[in-house]
Design a binder for this molecule. Structure first.
Ligand code: UTP
Length: 473
């Protein structure tokens, strides 16, 4: 679109104020503003304003016919051991055939952690202080070696952290992965709007744009050409995980196998909620579809409801943001009629006033729109949810301190290393939660899950004493 027609389109849509300071800007700053404006789908903003911001917008959730979603229990909890074993074999076969790629969503702003830099560059391991990206890179590399087929790794960034993320990999030699195996692409952005639906400026020459949520990954995978590349490489299964969770088994053969054997288009892992009000999404069913309901949307009475027969929480299945997606399903979601819904989040958005002076709001002054990847679940054929143990898959770094912080995550890594060592006959002095009183570390290149660790441990000619500073690589 040429310059005047883009500005005209904004004026027609009642968004002409975006160009209020246009004439004051230097030519390159004018171009920057035009480029940002061109990213915006005005019809989409209009629709969202009418649906999500309208005074009479439906709030609250329709709870009609809601029930807990069924899931596959682990064998030790009564699940079908044969089915789990079959799944593992099917997953291993797919990995050997090169059908699986890893996918990390790393486009978030990480505001709660308050760390200056892409979250993936944050150091997390107890001794070597490896970054989140290094941990995943080594897991991907080790799994590729194990299955005799290098695994492609797709990383979604956002405008804010794309260049810094790429440089981090270049500076670190891609952590031993081949450059051709690691693929970065940016997610889309959405403008923030005022409570009246007016697109907000961040400065006189820039729009208040932010990433469009992890659900934006579906269309970004399509738009960026990542799906085409997968097709060319014979990849049809994408293993999705978040950048903040170093414990995740990003390449889990049993999970992949459940997905394949069930003919599922989107599969998910659940953990039993630690307590009724745990802040996780809840796996539910409604009208024959699987859905995830955020803790903030599910009434407390549901969160706390107990099954009289078992005494356990009824809505016990918590989502830990680990999924497997079929590439054809992603394409359908990205291009078809069933695009993901946007959610509204009211935020404090730095902006400018009518004279162009900077405004730092004290309370929410605008709305951001985000898509959530789990909203794809109801559109998937044969979705399957499997149980996992929290200690095998989930310990995210969300906050600087307290719950889900670098400290809790490092402790959970220590517990995991201790469990693996003990399971293989080593003596480790640790408390009843398996936390040793000193730091040890296992490189993913030595062992990245129970099986790979056990194999590597068996091969060690002399078993080391488990004491302070032990590093297995
Ligand atoms: P979070 O919901 O924890 O958000 O993202 P965040 O932006 O990282 O952190 P806060 O809320 O500002 O503290 C969960 C996962 O989804 C990714 C994040 O990078 C993280 O891996 N994500 C989130 C995206 O890739 N894009 C987004 O737009 C939002």
């Amino acid at each position: 679109m040429s310059k005047p027609s883009l500005i005209e389109a904004f004026e027609r849509a009642g968004q002409g104020h975006v160009f209020s300071f246009y004439n004051e800007l230097a030519p390159d700053a004018q171009q920057t503003l035009l480029d940002e404006a061109a990213e915006i789908d005005l019809a989409e903003i209009d629709r969202l304003t009418r649906t999500l911001l309208a005074k009479d917008a439906a709030i609250g959730l329709d709870l009609n016919g809601l029930a807990p979603a069924p899931y596959e229990l682990r064998p030790e909890n009564g699940g079908d051991a044969k089915a789990w074993a079959d799944a593992k074999v099917a997953g291993e076969t797919a990995l050997r055939a090169g059908r699986v790629a890893a996918f990390t969503v790393a486009g978030g702003q990480g505001t709660r952690l308050g760390y200056d830099g892409p979250k993936g560059t944050f150091p997390v391991t107890p001794i070597k202080q490896k970054s989140l990206f290094q941990v995943f890179a080594e897991k991907v590399r080790a799994a590729g070696t194990r299955y005799g087929k290098p695994i492609h790794w797709f990383i979604m960034t956002s405008n804010m952290n794309h260049a810094a993320t790429e440089s981090f990999f270049v500076e670190n030699g891609y952590f031993g992965l081949a450059k051709e195996q690691v693929h970065f692409f940016r997610q889309g952005r959405m403008p923030a709007v005022t409570l009246e639906g007016k697109i907000m400026l961040e400065t006189k020459g820039t729009i208040a744009m932010s990433p469009d949520g992890h659900g934006g990954s579906l269309r970004a995978l399509d738009r960026s050409g990542a799906l085409d590349l997968m097709e060319k490489e014979g990849i049809d299964i994408l293993s999705y995980f978040q950048v903040d969770n170093p414990l995740v088994r990003g390449i889990d053969p049993a999970f992949i196998g459940w997905h394949i054997l069930r003919g599922s288009e989107m599969s998910s892992k659940m953990v039993a909620k630690a307590y009724a009000g745990e802040k996780v999404g809840h796996f539910c069913t409604q009208n024959g579809q699987s859905i995830v309901i955020e803790y903030s949307d599910l009434p407390k009475s549901y969160q706390e409801e107990v099954d009289p027969a078992t005494g356990a929480l009824r809505y016990i299945a918590g989502s830990i943001a680990i999924h497997i997606l079929d590439t054809k399903f992603i394409r359908r979601m990205a291009r078809g009629d069933n695009s993901l819904a946007f959610h509204r989040a009211d935020k404090k958005i730095p902006t400018v006033d009518a004279s162009g002076n900077a405004v730092k709001p004290e309370k929410a002054n605008g709305v951001k729109f985000e898509m959530f990847v789990f909203d794809a679940l109801p559109f998937a054929k044969n979705p399957v949810i499997i149980e996992t143990r929290r200690e095998d898959d989930f310990s995210p770094v969300k906050n600087a301190e307290g719950l889900d912080s670098p400290k809790t995550c490092a402790d959970d890594q220590l517990r995991q290393f201790t469990r693996w060592l003990k399971a293989n006959g080593a003596t480790v002095s640790a408390d009843e939660t398996n936390l040793p009183p000193f730091a040890i570390e296992v490189s993913p290149l030595f062992g990245y899950d129970e099986d790979s660790f056990a194999d590597a441990w068996k091969k060690l000619p002399a078993k080391p004493a488990i004491s302070v500073g032990l590093y297995l690589e």
